[in-house]
Each structure stands twice: as structure tokens, then as C-alpha cells.
Design a protein around this ligand. Structure first.
Ligand SMILES: Cc1cc2nc3c(=O)[nH]c(=O)nc-3n(C[C@H](O)[C@H](O)[C@H](O)COP(=O)(O)OP(=O)(O)OC[C@H]3O[C@@H](n4cnc5c(N)ncnc54)[C@H](O)[C@@H]3O)c2cc1C
Length: 407
């Protein structure tokens, strides 16, 4: 049974992260957007508190807070995914690029955790216990393979106790700064998904280099890089799970399983931005409309606010359900896609409506509404990465229809 009451740990994380977002993140948000990066002193400060922010991404046995980070639910079950969703919404209310740039394994964490052997997990998660700033990254997308994951063309060929990788990955978050990147490659493109392999490619690997850094419309403070593999020599010990695990199509399934826990999180992040825009518009209306505008117009504006709030609330419920299911190890591909698809749309709606509610100044970047301009640019990508809205709807419809005997 889903319980909407947050446990003590979750309440503490929610209020701590909100306070951090309000006092530390918002003040640097516009400058970080302008400068295309976070100030180094801010990153160092965040790094000191990394266990509070990685929210379970690093398992306990490798020095993180693992499952314990979310506290336990009333029956003693895991709640790390739900807690991460709650924390991510609050942090993105401050600035979404900060969440993506937090030191830690990032999107590279889930595949190492779900596919890696105990030795690999110790090696790659161990990196984050060393002094200094460390990142992991996730390299699946290629110039010709985004939504169609099965179409990746980066090749891997076994050569003694190494694999030789060739190909290009694009749009990789934290790709240039990462200590290691989980790279998906294929032994034989004709085999489709069965040919996929996942490697941890470490910085400094011969033949592995950073390509261009993307200039983006939004999330500008988050680094998005192209990665080039030219006869890159990757030790066989870096093949996630070892060779035997791929006899059962684990490579592709590993990539897909990752999405079941990360898609609700991306939904939660979108809600954080949408909520920020909504609250901005709500406060503006409270301040400017109540006494100075004719009543019919005020009512119409108030209804618009109610519509935004309703959609954001519905999105949060979908996100919490999908995260709750992930915590229990329940199959949640459909629910994760529903959460991500709906939250992205609800948050885009919130950002557009917030600008309109504030009138012409709402679209003026240099005005009191400068944040609205930024959130409007930031939000679109939440309907693109981790699978576009169209792809989520395909996943949902396939799951719905596969349950029918005939249609
Ligand atoms: C800021 C940012 C950060 C990112 N970070 C990462 C990262 O860290 N790691 C990583 O691997 N990738 C990352 N990505 C890549 C992202 O996951 C892809 O952009 C996304 O999967 C879409 O792929 P694509 O851009 O190739 O679009 P395409 O797949 O070419 O799609 C183009 C359009 O066609 C639609 N479409 C495609 N197939 C179908 C279909 N079968 N039916 C209906 N419509 C369809 C799509 O919905 C979309 O509207 C990032 C992207 C961005 C913008």
C-alpha cells in the first residue's frame, strides 16, 4: 500500500535540501547559466556534503549511504528511490543544472550497481571516496542512435585481455569531467540488442578523448560532451558483469533497467522546475492582481494557477508511485514512463503558463522575471533526455496492449 506520509529521514532531507536550494543554489543560478558552469568554490562546498546529496547513489558497502539514505518505510522496506525523487525536486526548484553537476556517479551509477560484479562496484564506486571532485557518466547516445537504443554502432572487439572500442558518443552529461563513463558498444550490430556490451571506460584510457562541448539552449551550467573512441584499449576487467553475463542479452536489459529507476527521478526534477515557475507566478499574482485588477480577470488568472498546480500534483503522484515501485523491486517500466512523460509535459505547461500569467515582463530576460526565462529554456530537455515523450508513450502503449489477448 502506498503511504503518502514521509518518514523522518525524508522530511529532514526535504527541508534540508530546500533550504540549501533557496540559500545556496538560487543565488548562483543565473550567473552559472550565463557562465556555462558552476563556480568551483560552490562545487567544493557541495562535495563536502556529498553523502547528503548523492541520496543513495553510492551503496553503503562502498562508502556511500546506499539504501539507508532514504530511511526505511513502515514495513522496513527500501525507500532510496522515493527519497531521491523528493530531494531532486527540491534541488531542481533551486536549479536543475546543479543536480546534474553534483559530484558523484550520476547516471553511470545505476548500471554499475545493477550490472557490475562486486569487484567492479568496489573499484568504480571507490573512486568517490578519494579526496577531490569526482564524477561518473553514462554514454549510450550516438549521432545515429538516440531513441533507437538498439541502433548503436560503437564497436567492441576482444583483443587478448583488452577490448578495442571505436565510435562516437554524443550529449553525454558530465562526459568531459568524468573519472569514468559507462559506454555501451556492440560486438555485432546485426545481432541488435543481443550484441550490446557495457564497459566502464576510464579517463586516460589510450584512444579515448573528449570531443566538442555542446552549446545548449537550457541547462547551460551542466556540461554536455561528445566522447570519441579511436581504437580505445579498455581492460577486459572493465566489461560490466563479465563476459558470461551477456549470454542472456543482459547488455541491453542492463541499459533499459537503468531507466526504470532514473525516469521517475527525471520526472521529479522536471516538477521541481515547474513548481519554481508556478510559485513565482502565484506570488506575482498575489502581489499585483488582488487589489488592482478587475475581479473577472483575476478569477481567470487564478484558474490558470489552479490548473498548473493540479497538473504538477498529479505528476508528483505518478513519480512517487514509480519510485515506490522501484524501491520494492516491482516491475515499473510502464509507471516510470507514465511519470516521466506526464511530469515533463506538466512542467513545460507550468513554465509557459507562468510566463503568460506574468504578462509581457514575464518574457523579458532582464526583468524581475529573469528566472522565468531560464526555467523556460531549462525545462524542454526534460521531455527529451532519458527517452523523449513520444518514446515514453510508445513504452506505455506497448505495455498496455501486451496485456490484452486481442485488440
Ligand atoms: C542536455 C542533454 C543531456 C543528455 N545526457 C545524456 C547522457 O548523459 N547520456 C546519454 O547517453 N544520452 C544523453 N542525452 C541524449 C538523449 O538521451 C537523447 O537526445 C534522447 O534519447 C533522444 O535521442 P535523439 O536526440 O537522437 O533524438 P531522436 O531519437 O533522433 O528523435 C528525434 C524525434 O523523433 C521522435 N522519435 C524517435 N523515434 C520515434 C518513434 N519510434 N516513434 C515516434 N517518434 C519517434 C523523438 O521523440 C524525437 O521527437 C542527453 C541529451 C541532452 C539534450
Amino acid at each position: 500500500m502506498i503511504d503518502f506520509e514521509l518518514n523522518e529521514t525524508q522530511q529532514q532531507i526535504k527541508s534540508f535540501v530546500h533550504m540549501f536550494a533557496e540559500q545556496m543554489v538560487r543565488p548562483i543560478s543565473l550567473v552559472a547559466d550565463r557562465d556555462h558552469g558552476l563556480p568551483p568554490e560552490f562545487l567544493a562546498r557541495v562535495n563536502e556534503m556529498r553523502n547528503a546529496f548523492t541520496m543513495g547513489a553510492i551503496p553503503k558497502e562502498y562508502g556511500g549511504e546506499g539504501d539507508g539514505a532514504g530511511g526505511k518505510d513502515k514495513k522496513g522496506g527500501r525507500s532510496a528511490n522515493l527519497t531521491a525523487a523528493i530531494g531532486s525536486e527540491e534541488m531542481c526548484w533551486g536549479d536543475a543544472a546543479v543536480v546534474l553537476t553534483l559530484p558523484g556517479p550520476g547516471l553511470g551509477g545505476p548500471p554499475v550497481r545493477s550490472m557490475g560484479t562486486p569487484e567492479q562496484q568496489e573499484r568504480f564506486f571507490g573512486v568517490f571516496q578519494k579526496p577531490g571532485l569526482h564524477w561518473g557518466a553514462y554514454g549510450l547516445t550516438e549521432p545515429g542512435a538516440g531513441s533507437d537504443v538498439a541502433a548503436i554502432r560503437t564497436t567492441c572487439v576482444k583483443d587478448g585481455d583488452h577490448w578495442i572500442l571505436n565510435g562516437t558518443k554524443c550529449f553525454i552529461t558530465n562526459g568531459a569531467r568524468a573519472d569514468w563513463v559507462v559506454i555501451f558498444a556492440t560486438v555485432d550490430a546485426a545481432q541488435g540488442r543481443a550484441g550490446h556490451r557495457a564497459f566502464v571506460v576510464e579517463k586516460g584510457t589510450p584512444g579515448f578523448r573528449i570531443g566538442k562541448i555542446e552549446e545548449k539552449m537550457g541547462l547551460r551550467a551542466s556540461e554536455t560532451a561528445e566522447l570519441v573512441l579511436e581504437d580505445a584499449r579498455v581492460p577486459a576487467a572493465n566489461l560490466l558483469g563479465g563476459e558470461d553475463s551477456y549470454r542472456t542479452k543482459e547488455g541491453f536489459m542492463g541499459a533499459m533497467k537503468t531507466f526504470d529507476s532514473t525516469r521517475p527521478l527525471v520526472g521529479a526534477m522536471a516538477i521541481g522546475i515547474g513548481r519554481a515557475a508556478y510559485e513565482h507566478a502565484r506570488d506575482f499574482v498575489k502581489e499585483h492582481y488582488l487589489l488592482s485588477r478587475p475581479v473577472p480577470r483575476y478569477r481567470a488568472i487564478a484558474e490558470r494557477l489552479a490548473r498548473i498546480a493540479r497538473r504538477l500534483d498529479a505528476a508528483r503522484l505518478l513519480v512517487w508511485r514509480a519510485a515506490w515501485m522501484a524501491d520494492r523491486g516491482l516491475a515499473n517500466a510502464k509507471e516510470a514512463s507514465m511519470a516521466k512523460a506526464y511530469a515533463g509535459q506538466a512542467a513545460i505547461f507550468a513554465c509557459i503558463e507562468a510566463i503568460e500569467v506574468c504578462g509581457a515582463p514575464g518574457a523579458a530576460a532582464g526583468s524581475d522575471h529573469a528566472f522565468l526565462d531560464k526555467w523556460f529554456r531549462d525545462i524542454k530537455v526534460f521531455d527529451i533526455f532519458e527517452g523523449t515523450g513520444q518514446i515514453q508513450r510508445i513504452v506505455i502503449s506497448k505495455r498496455i496492449l501486451s496485456g490484452l489477448k486481442s485488440f
